[in-house]
Design a protein around this ligand. Structure first.
Ligand SMILES: [Zn+2]
Length: 384
């Protein structure tokens, strides 16, 4: 009996132990099963349980909305409004009859055209519009408050009306100017000069530049506020600032007049002592005869001295010469500015298609402007 009790006891003990063990085993099995299930889910769904995924996604979205989307929501709205505007003013919208009365009236008065990247304002191009954008060169603003125009340094800016100019200075914008414009308050930035005080309409108030840290190249930043709110600058806001005249058609006569004024001050007997160029239109002696070849009424063997002494021959050869160039650029450009630049390029290099060539030129060791520089500067004067 005495021996049986401990045996019983040991039996009890071993039962307890085996219970514990089986419990532990069950727990372990549960864990193993859970791990296995998770692994299976991973295989099935990619990462975890779809509910977990959903929760994770939800939290990410809440974080996104609170941290990233709410702050610029006003500019986003503004951006959407502008996108909508570009949609309803598109030719497609007009075709399907979507264009409202407002857009039609804007079409009738193009000075109310809202400026967008790529728009031409005279000889300048809008390089950036109002709204969200990628920060240019990591320097410019990502939420752009105005429009940028590709004005070279020193472009003149005029008072659009009788107004008082307040010159500004900031780290990012550099030199600025603030004044009442055609509509609302105008702020300009990145200027090189600014003149404070009362100004008459049309009076010079500033020169454009490249000042401030938030600029990647020479340009004019134009910002318009109506009742404190940024609005998209329109053609009528910017045109008087830069005194842009409506651009006329380009003609050979315009070009001819410019050349004779520039090259010889309309003097038929002018001779360039350096290049040897001759007459009112400064023809090179070498090209004189080849041009005369296809020119009715002019001797193909005309000498330099006869040419210099004959205004009639000079006019005829110039007409023939320009007519040849004009023929070369037909169908290549509709824009009067490009037509002019192509003709200037033809005149300067013999090839109208080289009007974008920026290679510096030399003649007899003397440096001359590139074809692009030359044709651009010529046409800036011919077509203001
Ligand atoms: Zn700007």
């Amino acid at each position: 009996m005495t021996a049986a009790t401990p045996k019983k006891q040991s039996n009890k003990q071993s039962n307890k132990q085996s219970n514990k063990q089986s419990k532990r085993l069950k727990k372990l099995t549960k864990q193993t099963r859970r791990i296995a299930r998770k692994r299976a889910e991973k295989v099935l769904y990619g990462r975890g349980h779809p509910l977990e995924e959903l929760l994770e996604l939800g939290l990410t979205w809440i974080a996104y909305v609170v941290v990233i989307a709410i702050p610029p929501v006003t500019s986003l709205y503004r951006n959407l409004a502008f996108s909508w505007n570009s949609v309803v003013t598109s030719p497609a919208a007009k075709w399907i009859g979507l264009a409202s009365e407002r857009q039609q009236s804007a079409e009738q008065s193009p000075d109310k055209t809202e400026l967008k990247p790529g728009n031409k304002v005279g000889r300048f191009t809008v390089t950036s519009g109002v709204g969200l954008r990628k920060s240019p060169g990591g320097k410019g603003s990502a939420d752009h408050q105005g429009v940028d125009l590709d004005t070279p340094i020193g472009t003149r800016v005029y008072a659009p009306r009788n107004t008082t100019v307040k010159c500004l200075q900031s780290t990012r914008g550099g030199k600025g100017a603030s004044f009442k414009g055609v509509r609302g308050q105008v702020t300009l930035w990145h200027l090189s000069r600014c003149s404070n005080g009362n100004k008459k309409a049309g009076e010079l108030i500033a020169l454009t530049g490249n000042s401030g840290t938030a600029t990647t190249g020479p340009h004019l930043h134009v910002e318009i506020r109506l009742g404190g709110d940024i609005v998209n600058p329109q053609m009528r806001d910017v045109v008087p600032l830069l005194k842009i005249k409506p651009r006329g058609e380009f003609s050979l006569e315009l070009y001819k007049n410019w050349v004779s004024a520039q090259e010889s001050a309309h003097n038929y007997s002018a001779v360039n002592p350096h290049s040897g160029a001759l007459g009112k239109y400064q023809f090179m002696p070498g090209t004189l005869r080849s041009t005369a070849q296809n020119c009715p009424g002019v001797s193909p063997t005309i000498s330099s001295s006869v040419f210099l002494a004959s205004p009639q021959a000079q006019e005829k050869i110039m007409d023939c010469y320009l007519a040849q160039g004009w023929k070369l650029l037909q169908g290549k450009a509709d824009d009067p500015d490009i037509q002019c630049r192509m003709l200037a390029s033809y005149h300067y290099s013999g090839d109208p298609t080289k009007f974008r060539d920026t290679t510096p030129q030399t003649y007899k060791g003397k440096p001359y402007p590139s074809i692009a520089q030359y044709s651009k500067s010529v046409c800036r004067e011919i077509l203001p």
